[in-house]
Design a protein around this ligand. Structure first.
Ligand code: ZN
Ligand code: ZN
Ligand code: FE
Ligand code: FE
Length: 272
């Protein structure tokens, strides 16, 4: 089993040393993990959102050294990049400097509003929920079309605080699935939603079912911001994938996708 969404204390809002995340992954009997801390945003550090640009080399070398120290588990070098229209070349320049195995593209902002940040929760009161959902899915499609990302992160994060649209999302979801398919991105089954007010995996069963129809590959991620969250609720993530008839998940190496059978996941994950 893999956990491809793991943060580190470099971003300023996660706790624990990187080595503790690795140890927890080994304890959980994961075969492979990937660190995917927040790629520097221009003003990320001041707001405790991301690491600083000059911390990126340390992050990369720490992953490399953990890889050597713990041969019993495969450790991939990933990163989670905020997608904000206009920051494409900034992301590109940063990511080509390092040997990333994969890049997760995540939409956390709609027009500078961090819709998933607890401090910006009041922004929801000033906006129409249906319009927010529409914009969110439009940004997801845009992020996939940049071809900068291998994996689209938590692809219905907009539901985090429980806001639900009153209109049908079907057309938006189908359009998004088509773009994901066309650009060859994977999506993640991210269990962190279970630890948030919405109390649901990202994405929902309904969305995942649709993406399955379009054959969009999946990875698994806990979005751990503390070592204890590594591999958390993966029994539920796997059963969700099986429920909508996924038979495979994917892994990445040097930004190349490899298919794995979901059957190959041992029962150890069920007893975390
Ligand atoms: Zn974070
Ligand atoms: Zn665990
Ligand atoms: Fe995220
Ligand atoms: Fe994350």
């Amino acid at each position: 089993m893999i956990d491809y969404h793991i943060h580190t204390n470099l971003c300023g809002h996660a706790t624990g040393e990187m080595v503790d995340y690795v140890k927890e992954a080994i304890r959980c009997e994961l075969d492979e993990i990937g660190f995917s801390d927040h790629l520097p945003l221009v003003d990320g550090k001041e707001k405790n959102l991301t690491m600083l640009p000059d911390e990126l080399p340390n992050y990369v070398s720490e992953v490399m050294s953990l890889r050597k120290s713990f041969p019993e588990i495969r450790i991939k070098l990933g990163i989670e990049a905020d997608y904000i229209p206009g920051n494409e070349s900034y992301i590109k320049e940063l990511i080509i400097r390092y040997p990333f195995d994969y890049v997760i593209g995540s939409v956390h902002y709609i027009d500078k509003w961090a819709f998933d940040h607890p401090k910006e929760l009041s922004g929801w009161d000033e906006r129409d929920v249906n319009a927010v959902y529409e914009k969110y899915f439009e940004l997801l499609r845009k992020s996939a079309r940049t071809s900068l990302f291998d994996i689209i992160g938590h692809c219905d994060l907009v539901k985090k605080f429980g806001h639900r649209p009153s209109t049908e999302l079907t057309k938006d979801l189908i359009d998004t699935a088509k773009v994901f398919k066309e650009y060859g991105v994977a999506l993640e089954i991210n269990t962190s939603g279970l630890r948030k007010p919405v109390n649901e995996i990202y994405p929902s069963c309904e969305i995942l079912k649709l993406y399955r129809e379009y054959d969009i590959p999946i990875v698994f991620g806990s979005d751990a911001h503390t070592p204890d969250d590594v591999g958390r609720d993966f029994d539920r993530a796997v059963s969700l994938a099986r429920q909508v008839a996924y038979e495979e998940f994917v892994t990445f190496e040097n930004r190349e996708m490899k298919h794995q059978k979901l059957d190959s996941i041992g029962n150890s994950i069920l007893s975390l």
